[in-house]
Design a protein around this ligand. Sequence first.
Ligand SMILES: CSCCC(=O)C(=O)COP(=O)(O)O
Ligand SMILES: [Zn+2]
Length: 207
Amino acid sequence: MEDAVITASAQALCDTVRWFASRGYCPATGGNFSMRLDNERVLITASGVDKTALTPADLLPMTIHGELLTEGKPSAETGLHLALYRRDPDIGAVLHVHSVANTLLSRIGNPQRLRFEGYEMQKSIAGNITHEAAIDLPVLDNSQNMETLSAALEARFDEAAPAFGFLVRSHGIYAWGADLASARRHLEGWEFLLACELQRQQLENRR
Ligand SMILES: CSCCC(=O)C(=O)COP(=O)(O)O
Ligand SMILES: [Zn+2]
């Protein structure tokens, strides 16, 4: 792939990361982001960097098999990103953020999945054409071991695929798409739906 294409990809990914970070989705350096360059290579955020000030220098090229192609320390959650790229060659970008809604809703009551029904914004998730349907967002237990998390994802990938994402309990959300724009749309859509559900539950419990 030409250097110019990699440069353009890195700039587009930086713009997306900063967009989410500027809206509070990456508190205290939380979150990580990647995009596919070709069949074998991705760009992924370095570990522990302030996402509001991300620059292309904070994006590290590596192979989907885990070989780092430059100096630097890739995200602590690299293993999960790479597992997704290996699992589905149609995945073009993977975005992970922390929000109050995704953190709390994945832990209250220890759910295995969250169900969304009746929301117009369900149509932001590809393949959904009406609010008169239900979409499930799987919840995986958190682990600091990326092999454990990747194995849990593999076991439930068929459930996560139509949602283009999943939650990690008490931690955050992963969302993906065929390209960066669709991954961003899915992540924005899920975060809107999660914020609605959290507020709905708060309002209903006050009555
Ligand atoms: C400070 S947030 C805890 C780590 C985390 O969950 C995350 O998303 C950021 O990790 P990274 O190594 O990608 O910076
Ligand atoms: Zn995280």
